[in-house]
Design a protein around this ligand. Structure first.
Ligand SMILES: [Zn+2]
Length: 199
């Protein structure tokens, strides 16, 4: 009883001081937190210390060969013409011709299927549009085993179909994938971006 009375008396006498002390500490802590927030905000806005590119850089575009263990049977015409057996003439080859054991064809990078069509020369074709103005074109596919349609979002390595012999301009080359890579609508050498094993 005596102890409690003593405590009550202490609170009665000094309670106001205690509350004031707590309030002062709380205000001090708030001020410190607020000023450090302000400092970090200023740091974020400083272009010299935090260049905008490091904040908003797009994810890198990763390309890979669109067939597993692919073998190149005809290369891109980087600096010469290739003989087209089917057409009996030397001509520019705007892509690489690939074969593999199972002829399965995969998207070379993340993107969106922007065209699916067929014509006499190229056979069944799928076009995938990627970031940075890249497009990849897959020709001579089997029309009956396509796994994508226009508007589909595809991830790097997603299966899109199977290579066949539907490209009549390359008929005598047999079943293969004719693969093209374009940047700004210009055909470029896919081997500049893809690691071909037998190149
Ligand atoms: Zn070809």
């Amino acid at each position: 009883m005596k102890k409690e009375n003593k405590f009550a008396a202490f609170i009665k006498k000094y309670g106001a001081y205690c509350m004031a002390g707590i309030l002062v500490v709380a205000i001090a802590v708030t001020v410190v937190i607020a000023s450090s927030d302000l400092e970090s905000t200023n740091a974020n806005l400083s272009p010299a210390e935090n260049p905008i590119v490091s904040v908003s850089a797009p994810p890198a575009l990763t390309f890979s060969v669109p067939m597993l263990n692919a073998e190149i049977v005809k290369e891109f015409s980087a600096d010469g013409l290739y003989f087209n057996k089917t057409r009996g003439q030397w001509e520019y080859h705007g892509g690489v011709d690939l074969i593999s054991d199972d002829m399965a064809v995969f998207s070379a990078a993340d993107g969106k299927v922007s065209a699916v069509y067929s014509n006499y020369g190229d056979g069944q074709v799928v076009v995938i549009t990627h970031s940075n103005n890249f497009k990849s074109v897959y020709s001579s596919l089997d029309a009956d085993s396509l796994l994508v349609e226009v508007g589909d979002n595809v991830k790097h390595g997603d299966r899109i179909g199977t290579a066949s012999d539907t490209a009549n301009y390359e008929q005598l080359d047999g079943t293969h994938l004719h693969f093209e890579l374009l940047q700004n609508d210009q055909k470029i050498d896919p081997s500049n971006y893809l690691e071909f094993e037998n190149k």
